[in-house]
Design a protein around this ligand. Structure first.
Ligand SMILES: [Zn+2]
Ligand SMILES: [Zn+2]
Length: 131
């Protein structure tokens, strides 16, 4: 059978059944805001290449109300993204300081000879593969 489009998959009986299982598991309410009055959707948290809509494990599917589902696909706001990026940069700077400090301590305390061996190794490489 030819590859089904995603829209076709969503009308397939196998998806209808899978969807009901997931809705039932969630007690027919949004798993994020617990709303049980708004239309519910079954959202795929990730997509796997080649997998059909119903070929996903329980932990890959989540019940969301229409509003939460819209939010989910819209993604974080610009402010949210900016905060996320700032947080990552801050963490990277911290990690970088930590890594450099660890490297310094390592060279100082554990392997004071490393720098000389590194130079020897580079010289040996240069001799073996002249630039
Ligand atoms: Zn919700
Ligand atoms: Zn979705």
């Amino acid at each position: 059978m030819a590859r089904m489009s995603y829209a076709e998959q969503l009308t397939h009986p196998k998806w209808q059944r899978r969807r009901l299982e997931v809705l039932d598991r969630a007690g027919f309410r949004c798993e994020r805001c617990l709303d049980d009055e708004t239309t519910l959707h079954v959202h795929h948290k990730t997509y796997r290449k080649g997998a059909l809509a119903w070929e996903y494990e329980d932990h890959e599917l989540v019940v969301l109300c229409e509003d939460c589902h819209t939010d989910e696909h819209r993604g974080p706001s610009i402010d949210g993204l900016a905060a996320l990026v700032a947080g990552c940069l801050e963490k990277a700077a911290r990690d970088d300081r930590w890594v450099r400090e660890q490297r310094r301590l390592y060279f100082e305390n554990v392997d004071p000879d490393f720098e000389r061996r590194r130079v020897d190794m580079l010289a040996a490489l240069d001799a073996r593969f002249p630039r």
